[in-house]
Design a protein around this ligand. Sequence first.
Ligand SMILES: [Zn+2]
Ligand SMILES: [Zn+2]
Length: 370
Amino acid sequence: MGKNQSNLVRAAVHRAVTEPASIETIKIASPGPEEVRVEVSACAICHSDLMYIDGGWSTTFPLVLGHEVSGRVIEIGENVSNVSVGSPVVVSLIRSCGKCRFCSKGQDVACQETVALDERSPLTDKDGETIFQGLNTGGFAEQVLVHCSQIVEIPEEMPLSAAALLGCGVLTGIGATRNTAEVSEGDVVVVIGCGGVGIGTVQGARLANAEVILAVDPESQKHEAVLSMGATHAANPKIDDVAQVLREATGGRLADYVFIATSSISALSGAINLLSPMGSLVLVGMPGDGATFTIDPGLLAANNQRILGSKMGTARLSVDIPALIEDYLSENLFLDSMISNTHPLDKINEALEEVRVGKVLRNVIVFNDI
Ligand SMILES: [Zn+2]
Ligand SMILES: [Zn+2]
C-alpha cells in the first residue's frame, strides 16, 4: 500500500509556455462515482508533454503534464469495478464510455462521449485556483485522479518502472503495427523516428515477424539500441540515402508500411517515396497545430496506397495492455532497455531537457522506492 494517502501532493506545475516547471504542493480531489485515485510510482516522459510545454499544441495553463503512469490504486468511486484499492495499475490518457458506437466496436480511441473529468479538473493550487490536468492524466505528481476507463490492473510481477512505458509510447507504437496497420509476416517496414513510440513500432514489427525493419533517426547513437530491439537495418537521414539503404536491404523492394513516429513534419517529405504499391503510410507522431504536407494524389491512387492515422495505436486498453505485459513477461518485449534514465520529481526540468535534445529513448520520473 502507498504511504501518502492525503489529498495534498507534490506536483510539477507548468505555468506558461517554455517556463520551467515549479514543484508545488497541490490538492487533488477524491474520486467521483466512476473515478480512481492512484499513487504514482513512475511516469515516463513523452514527446507530447514537450509539445505542450514548447507551445506546439495550444493548451491552458497552469497545468500538470505527464501521461505514462504506473502506480497503485488508493481510492475508488462507488461505481468502479475494474480495479481494487491496492492494485498495481497502468494509467493511460485514453478515456472512453464503453457504450457508444465506437467503443462497442473496440475503437475506444475515437470515443466522443464526455465524463465528469472532461468538465472539471481534479487539481487545485493552495489558493483553490484550478490547475489543469494535462493529457487527461497529470502524471508528474505523487497522485493522479482519472476516469476508470483510463486504468488497467496489472500483475504484481510486472515491474512498475517498465509498466509506465505501456501507458502511451509503447502502446502507441505496437498498437500502430497491430491494430492500425496489421503488419504481418514477411512485410517490409520502415520506422521514421526512434523515440519511445518508434522503438515500440520497431518491436511491434519484430513481434509480427516482419522481414525487413529499417529504423530511421538522425541521432546515430540511437541506432545501436534500436537494432538490439528488432530493427534489421538503421539509417541516418542526415548522412544516408534512406531509399538506397532500403533497396539494398530488400533486394529492390519498397516498404509495405512506412510509420512516421515523430512529430517532425520534415520526416514526412519523401516518406511516400519509400512505399511499395499497395503500401500504407501510417501517421503515428503528431506534428504541431496547423502543420501540413503535400502528396501527389494521382500517384497515391495509381499505386493503390493508403494513408492511415493512428491515434494511440488505436489501442483498447483492457485488451492491449495485458497482451503487452504477457509479451514482456515472456521476454519478447523489451522495456527495461528502453529506459535511458530515471529521475526524481525534483529533477523534472533536467529530465525534460534530456528528452528535448533527443538523445534519450525514454526518461522516467520515479516516486517512492520502486
Ligand atoms: Zn504520450
Ligand atoms: Zn464511447
